[in-house]
Ligand binder design. Structure first.
Ligand SMILES: Cc1ncc(COP(=O)(O)O)c(C=O)c1O
Length: 477
């Protein structure tokens, strides 16, 4: 039986669809404020609206776009909404959207220098630019990964290899010569550190969560004691992971003091600055990364607070040779003749690598150092405004200092001290605000206390949006 000729979308159709999409994207960004931030669909509703089976024949792009409006958009929680203040507010900015779109058209793979020299070299250059903007050491090697979770995993894999235990070759199983290995982070560290320890065979028991002080910062004295106790017991400290901008309260661990402990014990220092590192684009805030110049590796996420559409995570290392030693495997079919080039596949798990530097390059060029600094410091000012409002309002309580653009607080009517009652009260407030569709706020636990958490990070968020969220919170109370 002769096969039917397949009719593929033509470039003419693509042009028309892209012109339509350009209007669609601009309208979306102009109107997103009028959409409910939190999706209003019930579980399974989107899936039920989609056909059970894949289409037997190709469909016109127009029909697909119509379903985007009809089925997909109503099922979205709008992260690019100025009222989005949950988790960490983020921005898919116009230059970032442009870079992402063009990267899809180019569809290059920066696995080897040869497979796209400009993609590899632009990645190296944008990483150097970002280091300069953040005041990080000029000589560090950088690569772009998908997420901070991957960056931290890669970094701790390098740390494990750098410990000289030959784990790359011999593995970890059934080895009498291998002491229990330990990684240290704070109780407030992101779960990605724990996941990395699970994947790398340190195990959850191999991750020591150091207590924090009353401002949620890792206690260096407790770190020092924990490391000494482990060494005395024959365990082997491998790495410490302090955080600049912890996920719950955005506290800043004392990186320089953690670096001292690492230096004393030959441990790898990996800094998780996924969120807070971005603040260093503001020249007066460079100090947030104090001590980080002593790191072996550091992650910062432009897809959090630097206007770049997800995904884009920057992984720096002062020890690229150790990262290569952890990961480089070159089969014949990937061997190339160029010398003195960077083949990015050698520095992580992924072979195929998206052209993420293109959108970062467009963001850095379109905003410039002063534009980025103005947006980030504007968010910090908005957070200070909210912090002041919470402090001034009777029956509300601030729960943590506000070093960046995230405010943690709760409703606490006079005379109510019971934690379970306060949790229920604040949970109800959160649900009411989020159901309004006008703002999206998230929550966390701070020292056993339920905290409401407002995290400002969208470039379109103004004082009006923050005041609106605060009004909604107060009326919900
Ligand atoms: C401090 C910190 N580290 C790491 C992560 C993980 O980031 P990603 O989603 O890029 O893996 C987060 C996410 O919010 C975070 O807050």
């Amino acid at each position: 039986m002769a096969a039917e000729p397949v009719s593929l979308p033509t470039t003419g159709e693509l042009r028309a669809a892209l012109e339509q999409a350009a209007g669609w994207i601009a309208r979306y960004l102009e109107d997103v404020d009028s959409l409910p931030v939190l999706a209003r669909v019930k579980p399974g509703e989107v899936a039920a609206a989609l056909p059970e089976h894949p289409p037997a024949h190709g469909e016109p792009l127009e029909a697909i776009m119509a379903d985007l409006d009809r089925i997909i958009v109503p099922g979205l929680t709008h992260w690019n909404h100025p009222g989005f203040m949950a988790y960490f507010g983020i921005t898919g900015s116009p230059p970032g959207i442009l870079g992402e779109t063009i990267a899809a058209a180019l569809n290059v793979n920066a696995m080897l220098w040869r497979t796209s020299p400009a993609a590899t070299e632009l990645e190296q250059v944008t990483m150097r630019w970002a280091a300069e903007l953040l005041g990080l050491p000029a000589g560090w090697f950088g690569q772009i990964t998908d997420t901070a979770s991957s960056s931290t995993l890669w970094a701790l894999a390098a740390a494990r290899e750098a410990a000289g235990l030959d784990i790359r070759t011999r593995g970890m199983a059934a080895r009498d010569d291998l002491p229990p290995l330990r990684v240290y982070t704070s109780r407030e560290a992101h779960s990605s550190v724990e996941k990395a320890c699970i994947v790398l065979g340190f195990g959850q028991e191999g991750l020591v969560k150091i207590p924090t002080d009353d401002e949620y910062r890792m206690r260096p004295d407790a770190l020092r004691e924990a490391v000494a106790a482990d060494v005395a017991a024959g365990r082997r400290p491998i790495a410490a992971v302090p955080t600049v901008g912890t996920t719950s309260s955005t506290s800043i661990d004392p990186v320089a003091e953690v670096a001292d402990v690492c230096a004393e014990h030959g441990m790898w220092l990996h800094v998780d600055a996924a969120y807070g590192g971005a603040a260093a684009v503001v020249p007066e805030l460079r100090g947030v990364l104090a001590g980080c110049e002593r790191a072996d590796s550091l992650v910062v996420n432009p897809h959090k607070w630097l206007l770049t559409p997800i995904d884009c995570s920057l992984l720096y290392t002062a020890r690229p040779d150790d990262m290569r030693a952890a990961f480089s495997v070159v089969p014949e079919y990937l061997r190339t003749s160029e010398e003195d080039v960077v083949n990015l596949m050698d520095y992580g798990v992924a072979l195929g690598r998206r052209f993420r530097s293109l959108k970062l390059w467009m963001v850095l060029r379109a905003y410039g150092a002063d534009g980025l600094a103005a947006i980030v410091s504007g968010h910090i000012d908005l957070a200070r405004r909210l912090e002041a409002a919470v402090r001034a309002e009777p029956g509300w309580e601030l729960l943590a200092p506000v070093p960046f653009s995230t405010v943690c607080f709760r409703r606490r009517p006079e005379g109510v001290d019971d934690e379970a009652e306060l949790r229920a009260l604040n949970e109800a407030i959160l649900d009411r605000v989020n159901a309004s569709g006008r703002a999206l706020v998230s929550h966390t636990d701070l020292g056993g206390r339920y905290a409401l958490r407002v995290a400002i990070g969208n470039a379109a968020t103004t004082a009006e949006h923050v005041d609106r969220a605060w009004d909604l919170l107060r009326s919900a109370a």
